[in-house]
Design a binder for this molecule. Structure first.
Ligand SMILES: Cc1ncc(COP(=O)(O)O)c(C=O)c1O
Length: 376
């Protein structure tokens, strides 16, 4: 039977597609070291698990409002000056938040600017909304190329997606970048979609800038956040959108037909994770140590820009490629010959690179780099 063209044209998320491949290799006896994952190795905090179990026992097992349970929306809105609970929509992770945003703001033929390298799903999600993804390469230091972004704007531009701290590069953008983007968005009448999935993962002396502080952009700023990384809750599937005006209501309308509310008791788990996150201090100290170690190891093998946030390195591996070899082939060669799994740069729109996740145990990281050194 025939499938819809938009689905035929789309490909499965390359990072998600990795999971069965790794399982297969493990079953075949390969000792796989997984640096391809996008989640911290830490356990979900006990307070979150307890609150979720309590919510289950208290009977929060029913349908609720499509936009999310009121207590959670109220708590989340408190972080956005000028917004109320009605401006928050709780979604099945940041992933569904972004999918719904593109469905809500794009008509066929519209354009969304994506600075690349970028997270694997942006391009597919924009296309599934019938819009065109306009890729703009970042600078060599992984910061945004504002002149190239300005050149990419057209009368059809509906939004630019800004992901800071960035997956896969680890770049963190300063206030000036957001201020410049805000000017472009106002002058050319488009939205600024800020994907803040990694907002809590920034290493000193770097600091994440919160674009909501720019009061004059709030009418066209759409903020996406998630509990997945911040509280090691990837399997809970809880994220949210914060937006002024009618946008949250429109998103809630879409959600009422798409999936209804996010799992009710998972939202109570998220409520326990909202606000103070005492676990983050220890996590960040550990991750910073691994970031420094991984960067030192990676620069000995590849060309690498030091990451400022998130938990990835995105080295340029071109000087290691055999003639005609792509970074995808290279990553597969390393996986088969060393058991070290990394995501090829093609998945992020930037061939010639690989993404290494360093949010694994110190032992795994040391063993992985030892194998890579030996092989290369
Ligand atoms: C940049 C970015 N945005 C969004 C997401 C989606 O996160 P989730 O749906 O788990 O909240 C991810 C997940 O890896 C990501 O890296």
């Amino acid at each position: 039977m025939r499938l819809a063209q938009r689905i035929v044209r789309s490909k499965a998320s390359p990072t998600t597609a990795f999971i069965p491949l790794l399982r297969q290799l493990r079953q075949a006896g390969t000792d796989v070291l997984n640096l391809a994952i996008g989640e911290p190795e830490f356990a979900t905090p006990a307070s979150v698990v307890t609150a979720t179990a309590q919510a289950l026992q208290d009977g929060f097992t029913r349908y609720d409002a499509a936009g999310g349970v009121t207590a959670l929306r109220q708590r989340l809105a408190a972080d956005f000056e000028g917004l109320g609970a009605e401006n928050i929509v709780v979604t099945n992770g940041a992933k569904q938040a972004l999918f719904s945003i593109f469905q809500t703001i794009c008509d066929p033929g519209d354009e969304v600017i994506l600075p690349v390298p970028c997270w694997v799903s942006f391009t597919a999600q924009v296309r599934l909304a019938g819009a065109e993804a306009v890729s703009v390469a970042c600078r060599g230091d992984h910061q945004l190329d504002m002149a190239a972004i300005a050149r990419a704007i057209s009368p059809r531009t509906r939004a630019i997606v800004v992901n800071s701290p960035n997956n896969p590069t680890g770049a963190v953008y300063p206030r000036q970048t957001f201020a410049d983007l805000a000017s472009l968005a106002r002058e050319n009448d488009f939205y600024l979609v800020a994907d803040e999935a990694y907002r809590d993962f920034v290493y000193p002396p770097h600091k994440a800038f919160d674009p909501w502080r720019l009061a004059d952009i709030r009418d066209r700023l759409i903020v996406v956040r998630s509990f997945s990384k911040t509280a090691a809750m990837t399997g809970f599937r809880v994220g949210y959108v914060a937006a002024a005006g009618d946008l949250a209501r429109a998103l809630e309308r879409l959600q009422s037909h798409l999936c209804g509310n996010v799992c009710t008791f998972a939202q109570y788990g998220a409520l326990a994770a909202a606000g103070e996150a005492p676990w983050l201090k220890t996590w960040l100290a550990k991750l910073d140590e691994r970031r420094r170690y991984a960067y030192a190891q990676a620069t000995a093998l590849f060309d690498c820009v030091p990451p400022q946030g998130a938990f990835y390195l995105f080295p340029d591996v071109r000087r290691r490629l055999a003639k005609g070899q792509s970074s995808h082939d290279f990553a597969m060669e390393l996986l088969r010959q060393t058991g070290v799994a990394m995501v090829p740069g093609e998945a992020f729109g930037t061939p010639g690179h690989v993404r290494i996740c360093y949010a694994v145990s110190a032992e795994t990281l040391a063993e992985a780099f030892a194998r890579l050194r030996k092989h290369l």
